[in-house]
Design a protein around this ligand. Structure first.
Ligand code: BG6
Length: 489
């Protein structure tokens, strides 16, 4: 019998674009009434001085006080970003030149409420985002807004220890409602929180929580803070839908597709458990209730989630419209009788011998993206949105202003091919926004050298450079990908 071939292709109107976060992009950290952000306190620490640590963004209360007093030689790259605040017109024109249909951006909470507790918002901050949104709409680029992406007013960290405190729910809602009221005619697509499932990996980045100030175990506090975010997110979905009936509001996770280290049943079971930990977040936000496996885990670990009357109902009645996720790498699950905790590692400690690594040690696994898409869709039957993917790599700016980044093109081509296969498998996929379409500050290491962009920004790790923008080879490549709706790869 003749075999029939399904030709994979993306649907018309597929949302191609790029994704960013305010704290890594904008700079202008104290302009026009903006308050200090938790991310303004993330120092740049050269790799050799950080003892192999993945992150440089964890901050304790002593460091925070020192950084706030100004008594430090440390450089804080996220304070300056790549100066999108003053160059947004030039940058958006470049996105438009590539043909972007969508641009994922976040709104810096302290630009709108400098300490998080003001009665009225900072008009200058709101006006800045009006200008950015208008500029995007001028080119028919649909904004996709993340309300909270790894930052909050540092004052809320100091006063409440961030999301450890339930009062953050109301403060977040005041912020979210201000955005809905102001931008309801300009923004249709919203994400309530970036990568909520990374809370346990970094309490400070995910929740503005200073670990040396917590009472109780890290897991206890991390999951309680997560509960506060679940409720805040559900209430934002509720009021967002009331204010904007046509809005699409999604959750967002860092998808860590996990393979078993072997066919040993213990390893397979361990992998299932790790996967459940990862899926706990969409589970609550899509299905509207805590999964029983997590209730069991909490019981066994002695973790008690304090809920208020009505919380369960809020979660049940206000689920999300779509699931957005970032995809960078896959993990390996292996049974270890001595470790039954959530490891909190950024990169899996077990190497997959079948995969190559990026310059930052992140395993490159395009097929894993197809698996992730199928898994999530099989489980939830909800539209999916790949809102982050890309290769952080060192680039070389040639004398003639060109940047030959064939490695980035290869990476993205391979991932888009697999995404296309997943669409042919039947996955409902809304769009793809590659991470950092313009070079921005790395989230985990605060480096400038870890570049994801199609657009090169002339700046080094210590903030030296002209900040001039240059088109990389990948810029022209992505332009034709979008033009052909993913046919020319
Ligand atoms: C995601 C974050 O986890 O990974 C982004 O949502 C981040 O903020 C991205 O920038 C890539 O990580 P990094 O550390 O290479 O910037």
């Amino acid at each position: 019998m003749l075999k029939k071939t399904v030709v994979p292709q993306f649907q018309e109107g597929f949302l191609w674009g790029g994704a960013t976060a305010a704290n890594q992009l904008e700079g202008a950290f104290d302009a026009d009434g903006k308050g200090l952000s938790t991310s303004d306190m993330a120092p740049f620490i050269p790799y050799d001085s950080r003892n192999g640590k993945d992150f440089t963004f964890d901050v304790n209360s002593v460091e925070l006080e020192q950084y706030l007093s100004g008594d430090t030689d440390v450089y804080f790259p996220k304070r300056n970003g790549v100066d999108f605040y003053h160059r947004y017109k030039e940058d958006i024109a470049l996105f438009a030149e590539m043909g972007f249909k969508v641009f994922r951006m976040s709104i810096a909470w302290p630009r709108i409420f400098p300490t998080g507790e003001e009665e009225t918002p900072n008009e200058a901050g709101l006006a800045f985002y009006d200008k950015v949104l208008d500029e995007l709409l001028k080119y028919n680029i649909e904004p996709l807004v993340t309300i909270s992406h790894y930052e909050m007013p540092v004052a809320l960290s100091q006063k409440y220890n961030g999301w450890e405190d339930r009062r953050l729910i109301d403060l977040y809602l005041k912020f979210a409602n201000t955005l809905f009221d102001r931008y309801k005619d300009k923004v249709k697509y919203w994400i309530t929180f970036n990568e909520m499932n990374m809370m346990l990996t970094s309490l400070y980045t995910g929740g503005g929580i200073l670990e040396d100030k917590i009472k109780g175990s890290k897991e206890q506090v991390g999951y309680q803070a997560t509960h506060h975010q679940f409720v805040a997110s559900a209430l934002a979905v509720k009021s967002g839908k009331e204010k904007m009936p046509n809005a699409q509001i999604g959750c967002m996770i860092c998808r860590l597709e996990t393979y078993a280290a072997s066919s040993k049943p213990e390893d397979v079971l361990q992998t299932l458990k790790e996967d459940q930990m990862n899926l706990f977040y969409p589970e609550v936000q899509v299905r509207g209730e805590y999964p029983s496996y997590m209730n069991r885990y909490f019981k066994e670990q002695g973790i008690e989630i304090v809920k208020e009357a009505g919380d369960d109902e809020i979660l049940r009645n206000n689920t999300v419209d779509f699931i957005a996720f970032s995809y960078y790498m896959t993990y390996i699950g292996k049974y270890d009788p001595n470790d039954n905790s959530n490891s909190g590692m950024l990169v899996s400690q077990i190497k997959n011998p079948h995969l190559e690594l990026s310059q930052w040690g992140w395993p490159i696994d395009p097929i894993g993206l197809r698996i992730a898409l199928n898994r999530l869709y099989d489980r939830y039957q909800k539209p999916l949105f790949v809102v982050e993917n890309g290769l952080g790599a060192k680039d070389v700016l040639e004398e003639d202003g060109s940047i030959h980044d064939s490695y980035r093109i290869d990476y993205l081509r391979a991932h888009i091919e697999q995404m296309k296969e997943a669409v042919a498998d039947g996955v409902e996929l809304m769009g793809f926004t590659s991470w950092g379409p313009i070079d921005i500050i790395s989230c985990s290491t605060s480096e400038m050298a870890k570049r994801y962009g199609f657009i090169y920004v002339d700046q080094d790790n210590l903030g030296n450079g002209t900040l001039d923008r240059y088109r990389k080879d990948s810029f022209y490549w992505y332009k034709q990908v979008i033009e052909s709706n993913g046919e020319v790869l």
